[in-house]
Design a protein around this ligand. Sequence first.
Ligand code: SAM
Length: 248
Amino acid sequence: MPREWDARTYDSLPLPHLYWGRKTLGRLTLTGAETVLDAGCGTGRDTSALLDLLPDGRVIALDGSAAMLAQLRARLADRLDRVEVIQADLLEPLPVHTPVDAVVSVAAFHWLPDHDTVFRNLAAVMRPEAQLAFECGGQGNVASIVHALDEVLPSAPRVWNFAGVDDTTRRLLDAGFTDVEVTLTPDPARFEQVEQFRTCLGTVVLGAHLDRLPHGERADFVDAVAARLPEPVVDYVRLQVRATRSGD
Ligand SMILES: C[S@@+](CC[C@H](N)C(=O)[O-])C[C@H]1O[C@@H](n2cnc3c(N)ncnc32)[C@H](O)[C@@H]1O
């Protein structure tokens, strides 16, 4: 199963993920009665927005982290009758047994090393003509942080998969999608409070690196990376995708 997240701290941060989510949901054409899979749903911000768009529909909220899903259940406590919550790994065949009308995903797929497998797993649970809309970190994402990491810890593992336009297009076509549209857009996020910037680094960006360090070394590691960055900015570059599951 994928790694755990600090879900409460994640939800307390002023992250651009909220805005990315609204943009990604805006790429779906919905009547309001569909079943939509939120893949890597996290604490459920987009699941909640989807429920608003689907008065007669349902959301399948899928994530690998039990802590994120617990936070989602608390957020949506009064609406869980229209939500199926599934803890699962997107790199494994998905335990979704009725084909869905659409899939959305926000800020999740760059954590997955094998996009061919992810796209095939999604295609397998989508009905013909179902819509896919996702965004994640793409080629060039957080380049200044990658550079700082290389200085602080040259042996740091490559935990991200920042894919490009051509690779992603080919992978989606191979997995059975058509009408594929892929763009890469720089979208830097500036933090007004330095402490929130450090918390964002520790909780979101560098979380997978900190997991590998003893607790006592984590704050110094974040400080060392932050000290090498010229300003409290995460230089995000987003891969934005829309596609259609081909008819069988
Ligand atoms: C940055 S969070 C984004 C959460 C949410 N979509 C949002 O925009 O706030 C990334 C999410 O991807 C999930 N994730 C990462 N790898 C995963 C995997 N292999 N299978 C399922 N979920 C995974 C994490 O547990 C986490 O909740």
